[in-house]
Structure formats: structure tokens, C-alpha cells
Write a new protein. Structure first.
Length: 258
């Protein structure tokens, strides 16, 4: 646990915010796909920490992207530079690097885009960033991916920007354009999107990893409150794994899809 001083805490758009902490200890170890567990100091009535995917690490500065959805994130959005939060991290299993010669394809839903950005620094190969969102107002961070050298494609449910439909439609388009392409897929987003992505990629025999986020309590694997199903040699064909400690990143082949 470290005390992270807030350097910036600004609105990106709508209810989405970007907060930067001075957290050299976390930045020295962080990998894409890992997360930090944040406690707002001086708010003792909030028993549980809030988990946030690591968006970026630049030198000693840790960046998180979050959306105001409840009391905890509302309180976080109101903190000014100089405020200090108790940070626990980096936690969890992060994304691995693709094999040489493979093109990384980052597939994100909503502010799942925050969790895959660090891959643009971690992975030497340039690739594609496919983003799905409900509407144009939920499209985030595309300019940062473009500056990182990634080809950006956007899908919106309402057709207000880019492809009209789900992000899996963009994946199908890519596989149809380049049936012999050597891709490695990274996914992060809402659970239904990830399950649909898993089914699609398996049908096309594509490798990859998925960040399966889940509601968390302890964040360190002790409470078993954030379990997800993974494939196993059991009568049911699955067993439970802890999203915080065994994940949140799981190999595509290990994910149990109902």
C-alpha cells in the first residue's frame, strides 16, 4: 500500500474522468491488464476499495480512467490535486506479449479502452484497436491509440459513429479481410461482449487473452467474492477462478462460455 498524491483529476467527456497519481512504486512494476485498488482517505464509511484498471504509466505517474457510476467514483471525481489516496497495486495477472510476427488486435468495449492502452507501450508490434461503444458520447481515447501508431476502428450500437453494430462485427470484418492474418487478440469490456468475442474467436481458431473484470471486495484473492468460471476437467466442465488473483486476464482457451 502506498499513498498516491493526485497530480491531475480532469473530466475527459461526459461522466468519464482521468486521474493521475504520483506512484513510482506501482509504475515500476505495472503491466497492461493489471489493476490498482483505491481507497479514498478520510472517507472511512466506505469500507471497500474500488478497483481500476491501469491505463498508463509514464515515469512515476500512474493514470486511471474511470466513470462516475456511484458514491465511490463520485467522491473520487471531486478530489483536487494534492489529495492523497491509499493505493494497493499493481494487482492481478496482466496481458502477455504476442509471439514475434503476430499482429496485436486490441478489442475494447466502452471504457475497457483504458485497460488495453498500456499494451501500446508494452508490445513492440503495432496493430489495430477496435472499440465498441453505445454511442459517440462513449467513444474514448481513440486519439491516443492513433498517436501510438495503431489503426483505429469504431463501432457504435446506435450508428452515431463508425460501424453500426457491435464491436464483434469489426472483428468479423477484419478476419474476412485478412483470412490468413496472424493475429493475437486482447479483449476488455462488458462481460456479454467478452463472451461473444470468445465464441467468435474460437470459431475462427484465433488466439488471445481476455480481461474478465468482476465486482471485487479484497482484491488480493482472500475473499472469493469475484469468482468467474473457467474451463476445467470436472463433471460440469468448469470451475471457479478469482478474477483479482488468477486474473483478471485469462487465456482465451481457458474461458468458460455458457
Amino acid at each position: 500500500m502506498i499513498n498516491g498524491e493526485i497530480l491531475e483529476n480532469n473530466r475527459l467527456k461526459g461522466d468519464y474522468f482521468l486521474v493521475r497519481f504520483h506512484a513510482p512504486e506501482i509504475c515500476a512494476k505495472a503491466r497492461a491488464g493489471q489493476f490498482v485498488h483505491v481507497r479514498i482517505n478520510d472517507h472511512g464509511d466506505r469500507i471497500l476499495r474500488r478497483p481500476f484498471s491501469i491505463h498508463d504509466c509514464a515515469g512515476e505517474t500512474l493514470s486511471l480512467v474511470y466513470k462516475v457510476v456511484g458514491h465511490g467514483t463520485k467522491e473520487l471525481s471531486e478530489l483536487a490535486p494534492g489529495a492523497v489516496c491509499d493505493l494497493l497495486g499493481p494487482l492481478g495477472v496482466g496481458f502477455s506479449d504476442p509471439a514475434p510476427g503476430m499482429t496485436p488486435v486490441l478489442v475494447a468495449g466502452g471504457y475497457g479502452a483504458a485497460a488495453t492502452y498500456l499494451l501500446t507501450k508494452q508490445v513492440p508490434q503495432r496493430g489495430l484497436f477496435l472499440l465498441g461503444a453505445r454511442s459517440e458520447s462513449d467513444v474514448l481515447l481513440t486519439e491516443k491509440y492513433e498517436k501510438a501508431g495503431y489503426e483505429v476502428r469504431v463501432a457504435t450500437n446506435d450508428g452515431s459513429m463508425g460501424y453500426h453494430g457491435f464491436v464483434t462485427g469489426l472483428v468479423e470484418q477484419l478476419l474476412a479481410e485478412k483470412p490468413d492474418g496472424k493475429f493475437f487478440f486482447y479483449g476488455c469490456g462488458p462481460h456479454p461482449m467478452l463472451m461473444a468475442l470468445a465464441k467468435l474467436l474460437r470459431a475462427h481458431h484465433q488466439p488471445g487473452e481476455l480481461s474478465i473484470d468482476h465486482l471485487m471486495c479484497c482484491g488480493i484473492g482472500a475473499c472469493f467474492a469475484c469468482v468467474v468460471k473457467v474451463k476445467a476437467d470436472t463433471p460440469t466442465g468448469w470451475t471457479y477462478a478469482r478474477a483479482c488473483a488468477d486474473g483478471p486476464v485469462f487465456n482465451l482457451d481457458s474461458v468458460y462460455v455458457e
